[in-house]
Design a protein around this ligand. Structure first.
Ligand code: SF4
Length: 360
């Protein structure tokens, strides 16, 4: 089960990578050549391709991309939760605060189930609707605590504290059935449930997508408070780049099932270097505008069965050259905290000016 990670730092040419942090950095999750594929009648559908990334302990990282960019697959692959017949390859190594590194993709069913709640917890997209309508929230919490042999009384006490941290009335929530709470309250209860077994990492897939703008902003600030109080690492998956800039320390932009650009949020907002990230930012009038005001980016996201050769963005990119059509750009360091996969990133400031002008 355990796995040393020394052999995991080797880059493969052309892989989507952001592992340039120095070795003394505290890494909690390490992904190497992480890929997910489905065999289909018309060919192999590669929905995540050779992704390398280190997630640092205590950070909030936003994973951003259009629908069909691979971001949900990335979340599932992190927890070895890709549904059959999907095939997950590569390496995910969890480094607990204490103890040996864990090879997540090599875990058997039992240890994997424990890891998913007790170490790395996930709020799946649309999970609000998965509450059992015949059980009140107290029963949901008890069921989870019981399934993991946790002390029920202590667990309910923690649930009350978490609900209260999320500005909910704990007793009211625990005694309510799912249909008795609003969407925003249910989503917060779901976050409390995901944290009740004291995981170190919380992965959330589009946790605010079904909520109104006000509730989205409110949950964003609550997550920040939770991170600080419980010393959490958070992976926040979203299609909403403006929203995640309000929360994340770092942002990774996925395009065509690979990272196109990864960097500190302030740098990514102030000076993104990938033409696609620029297009995403230019698609919104300013970062405080509602998502509904975003303009769509022209062209369609790639088909996972037929990803373009060379740079996968070349058929939508205004800067594309013949080199882009033939040769896949490797990740290149823009700075110590910023990497981009583009042959021509030094020219992007002149070619694609940013229209947002927004500072973080
Ligand atoms: S490598 Fe070429 S096609 Fe790809 S983003 Fe850069 S300029 Fe555009």
């Amino acid at each position: 089960m355990s796995n040393t990670s020394s052999n995991l730092h080797e880059r493969q040419s052309g892989s989507s990578t952001f592992d340039s942090q120095s070795s003394d950095e505290d890494i909690v999750l390490e992904c190497r050549n992480l890929s997910v594929a489905f065999e289909m009648d018309r060919g192999t559908s590669r929905v995540l391709h050779d992704v390398d990334i280190d997630i640092r302990r205590g950070e909030i990282i936003g994973i951003v991309g259009e629908s069909g960019s691979g971001k949900s697959m990335f979340a599932s692959a992190l927890l070895n939760a890709v549904v059959s017949p999907g095939r997950t390859d590569g390496q995910v190594t969890y480094h607990p605060r204490d103890g040996e590194p864990v090879d997540v993709l090599g875990l058997d069913k039992g240890p994997l189930r424990s890891l998913r709640w007790e170490d790395i917890s996930m709020v799946f997209q649309g999970a609000m609707s998965s509450f059992n309508p015949t059980m009140d929230f107290r029963e949901h919490f008890v069921e989870t605590l019981d399934a993991h042999d946790y002390d029920i009384a202590a667990g309910i006490e923690r649930a009350e504290e978490l609900l209260s941290d999320l500005y909910l009335d704990p007793q009211r929530v625990l005694d309510s059935y799912p249909h008795e709470l609003s969407g925003g309250m249910k989503q917060r209860a779901l976050i409390a449930l995901a944290l009740v077994l004291e995981p170190e990492v919380l992965v959330m897939d589009e946790p605010t997508a079904a909520l109104d703008l006000l509730m989205q902003r409110s949950i964003i600030s609550l997550l920040s408070e939770l991170r600080d109080k419980y010393d959490l690492t958070m992976v926040f998956i979203t299609h909403d780049l403006p929203l995640v800039t309000k929360l994340a320390d770092r942002i990774g932009v996925l395009y065509a099932f690979e990272f196109a650009e990864v960097g500190d949020t302030a740098e990514m907002v102030r000076d993104p270097k990938h033409p696609y990230t620029r297009a995403l930012l230019n698609a919104t009038p300013n970062l405080d505008a509602p998502l509904t005001e975003m303009r769509p980016i022209s062209g369609a996201a790639p088909d996972p069965v037929d990803v373009p050769t060379g740079c996968p963005y070349h058929n939508r990119c205004p800067m594309a050259t013949a080199e882009c059509e033939d040769i896949k750009p490797p990740m290149d360091a823009v700075s110590e905290t910023h990497e981009v996969a583009c042959h021509h990133w030094p020219d992007v400031d002149d070619e694609i000016p940013l229209s947002t002008g927004v500072q973080k």
